[in-house]
Design a protein around this ligand. Sequence first.
Ligand SMILES: Nc1nc2c(c(=O)[nH]1)N[C@H]1C(S)=C(S)[C@@H](COP(=O)(O)O)O[C@H]1N2
Ligand SMILES: [Mo]
Length: 414
Amino acid sequence: MAVVLGRLLGIAFLVCFGTGLYSHFLQEPLPWMVFPTRPQTLYQVSQGLHITTGIVCFPLILGKLYVVYPGLFQTPPIKNFVGFLERASIAIFVAASLVQIVTGLLNTYQWYPFPFPFKQTHWALSFVIIGSLAIHIAVKLPVISRYWTRSRSFDAEGNLLLDDEDLPLTRADVAVELAETTREPVGPISRRVDGLTGRLFDWIDSARPRTDSPKQARVSRRGFVATIGVSAAAVVALTAGQSFRVLDGINVFGPRKNFVGPNDLPVNRTARAAQVTDALTDADWQLAVSRGAVVTTYSRADLEAMTLHTVDLPIACVEGWSQMATWRGVRLRDLLDAVGAHPDEDLRLTSLESAGGYRVTEMGHEYAQDDLTLVALEVNGKPLDIDHGFPARMIAPGRPGVLQTKWLSKLEVI
Ligand SMILES: Nc1nc2c(c(=O)[nH]1)N[C@H]1C(S)=C(S)[C@@H](COP(=O)(O)O)O[C@H]1N2
Ligand SMILES: [Mo]
């Protein structure tokens, strides 16, 4: 069970790490990075996977800790240097993982009852986790490779031949070992496994002294697997609807519900929270588009008078929730062409918002030049609500929600 859960956790952590790196670099790209803009739902899927996989880690980690719990209290606590490395890496791994998934989950509810910044901590801990996992696997590598390379076989007397230990291991040796063990009985398992492993179990079973009455395991294996399986399925089913439409109907715990909010779309940060007032967005509002000394300005009426395009693109928040919406507005490229921007030039976006980490952001040329990237004026058939970024907001394919800037005021070619 420890190995099975360990493998599942290994996969889950790699999925979280990979999708996490992708999300991180979308928000803080290295200078040479260029990102794919298709499929439009790429970030929605990758971040949905990140959050959902993170949530599945809860039952998996608790299950794994339950299984290995007795091993955590061995005596003596540390046997040798490798043993020390192993236990230290596990201690760090377990602690970091628990902090990571708990604070990650709280972040999806935008609840921060801890004294450190979420984003930086989440980023740093991911390397602590992957690093200590690598040490853990490295320490276990001899066991792992022995498992995959060992050829098990039996001699004519039915003694087990192992290729790297004192050979052969006799029935009598095993009987002595078994008499001292208090693990669950192996009998019933042998009927369910085939091949060499099955023969190995049969063989061990046949060597077990008949007088031996092993203590019952704490929980039956079947009950344990069912508990982990059902909890994992339940936490996914009851939250994944925030990221994956098909499960929307049973989204009980996910903090955002589809279609609930102005324009039938949830709001992340309200105009009020961002201190964007009606006065800032009234008829005097203007969008300035510039490249060096060349500046053009547009009122909302000017933008409405341009060729408008309609696109279906999701808002996909880093916190996991996402929703598809139908946007109508001016193609960004048309505005950039008007100031003579080159196809390989990036863009800086400024919002009316007075403070906040996403007031000023940058957009790579791959998004700026994309047909689907709009300065949106309407969503879902109605003018943008002020909470969705009225008078105008950016919407581009495959970008995290945080970069879909609301209440635009300035676009500068850089
Ligand atoms: N100016 C500005 N734009 C912003 C934000 C913000 O805080 N300020 N929040 C972003 C985040 S985190 C998300 S998920 C999306 C959500 O868009 P919505 O509120 O219209 O659904 O807007 C983005 N645009
Ligand atoms: Mo977001």
